[in-house]
Design a protein around this ligand. Structure first.
Ligand code: PLP
Length: 353
């Protein structure tokens, strides 16, 4: 037996009640004397599985990704604190940063962390929290996670990383020194578009206790049924991510050669900004592709014309999803697990070729 258990073995076995082929759903509001808002055995199985996959000392599951983000930041921050956040993060995270936290006396600066000199300069003023997504929604900016964490830690800040787009199979920010990782588990972790969920994984148990208390106060608790669906989805995470990556690479190359596509953003293309960092730090380039078509009418026709691919929000599902997002004439595509020729054929017909 190898000394260290492999990722795929952990995604299947870690955290599970191994006396059953699937961990039971403890649906009750009170189990073993504990009240569900504080956690229960089905939630703990999901949390322990994520601990095995991300590393760290404590994990707290939440109702959805935004519950993970908001309950973490509300646990960490107090009036007078300062937060540095990358300038493009998930829409509702931006709203939390720019319109909610300031109401509680927290100063937030949205900065371009793809340029580490900007981060370094901003860190010369005292900073409580540094927050970013290594592959940033919706424009697919790539952030040098290793260097950004090192700079932030040196300046004494707590580093919170939203790892939704990559999953622990492709990047494990805690191993690079991050203090807290959050996920919208609704996406690649779940993988099937059938449950909203979130998770917070902390390098130190002290942060875990703070976020667990915050969950008890704000109430963003995961439902036991969704924890069960997450346990099931994660069992195939590595296989799904491999296929997301290879399909997305093929789709990006197909788009790159397409006459109606002006530009393609995919970290797996050598022409994409961030390719070198992604290659050095990640185990694969992910399932998200962003591209710009040659005009507004083309964008509308594309989104109305796709048949196999769905014009829906969310990402990380088994099926391919596409929306207009990230700038003028830009499409954000979450490349699914279908036969890749079927995906490119659908894209081709919707682009009008
Ligand atoms: C990067 C990222 N973080 C957080 C969220 C919020 O997650 P949820 O929809 O599960 O609340 C999303 C949702 O799209 C996301 O893309």
């Amino acid at each position: 037996m190898p000394k260290e258990i492999g990722f795929t073995t952990n995604q299947i076995h870690a955290g599970e009640d191994e006396s059953s082929s699937a961990t039971p759903i403890y649906q009750s509001a009170t189990s073993f004397g504990g009240y569900l808002r504080g956690g229960n055995p089905t939630l703990e199985a999901f949390e322990n599985k994520m601990l095995a996959l991300e590393g760290g000392k404590a994990a707290v599951s939440t109702a959805c990704g935004m519950a993970a983000v908001s309950q973490t930041l509300l646990a960490l921050l107090k009036p007078g604190d300062r937060v540095l956040c990358h300038q493009t993060v998930y829409y509702w995270t931006t709203e939390l940063m720019t319109s909610v936290l300031p109401k509680f006396g927290v100063q937030v600066e949205m900065i371009d962390m793809t340029d580490l000199t900007v981060l370094q300069e901003a860190l010369s003023t005292e900073t409580s929290v540094v927050y970013f997504e290594p592959l940033a929604n919706p424009k697919l900016d790539v952030i040098d996670t290793e260097k950004a964490i090192a700079l932030a830690k040196k300046a004494g800040a707590v580093v919170v990383v939203d790892n939704t787009y990559l999953s622990p199979y492709l990047l494990r920010p805690l191993t690079l020194g991050a203090d807290i990782v959050v996920h919208s588990a609704t996406k690649f972790l779940c993988g099937h578009g059938d449950a909203l969920a979130g998770i917070v994984i902390a390098a130190e148990s002290e942060y875990g206790e703070m976020v667990s208390r915050s969950r008890n106060i704000f109430g963003g608790i995961l439902s036991p049924m969704n924890a069960f669906l997450l346990l099931r989805g994660i069992k195939t995470l590595s296989m799904r991510m491999d296929r997301h990556c290879s399909n997305a690479q093929s789709v990006a190359e197909f788009l790159d050669a397409h006459p109606h596509v002006n530009r393609v953003f995919y970290p797996g293309l050598t022409s994409s900004p961030g390719h070198k960092i992604a290659k050095a730090q990640w185990q694969g380039f992910g399932g998200m592709v962003s591209f710009e078509v040659d005009g507004q009418e083309r964008l509308t026709n594309f989104l109305e014309g796709i048949e196999l691919c769905k014009p829906w929000v969310s990402l990380g599902d088994v099926g391919t999803l596409a929306i207009g997002q990230g700038g003028p004439n830009r499409v954000r595509m979450s490349v699914g697990l279908e036969d890749v020729d079927d995906i490119t054929r659908d894209i081709g017909q919707a682009l009008g070729t």
